[in-house]
Design a protein around this ligand. Sequence first.
Ligand code: FES
Ligand code: FES
Length: 166
Amino acid sequence: MAIRINGTDIEPPEDARVSLLDLVRERRHLTGTKVGCNQGACGACTVLIDGERALSCLTLAVQVDGRSVTTIEGLGSDGLNPLQAAFLEHDGFQCGYCTPGQICAATAMLAELEAGLPSYITHDLAAPATLSREEVRERMSGNLCRCGAHNGIVDAIMAVAAERAA
Ligand code: FES
Ligand code: FES
């Protein structure tokens, strides 16, 4: 088996202790994915595994053998994608350190919403999932921004969601 990272197949590491975060950053030199807490608390290391968001610091590389991993480099391979452009337009970042994780999380979060998956604060589980600023805040609550760019991040995600719904 192989681990597919941004469309390229690589052999899983022989050392089963290597995290997915270290695999992408240290061994594949994909440094867009950031190291924050390295213990599952900040979301800076968020990547997509088969389209679902995951904390790469808490994932062993061998766990994704046979699966497809997308990092921020993979999301932006054809130029800025709509979320990246919206973060720029709405001041969704300051230092930018959290931004790759935020954009990976937002990508999967919008897909979760489109699939009708509820969040912790969704009141009516039978009704179609709708997007509000509160929903975005809740669904993005695993991604922290120490610069306090959260309002811009919510604005950017709301703008992309509105574009898609139009
Ligand atoms: S570095 Fe993985 S959650 Fe903070
Ligand atoms: S922009 Fe600096 S941590 Fe979010």
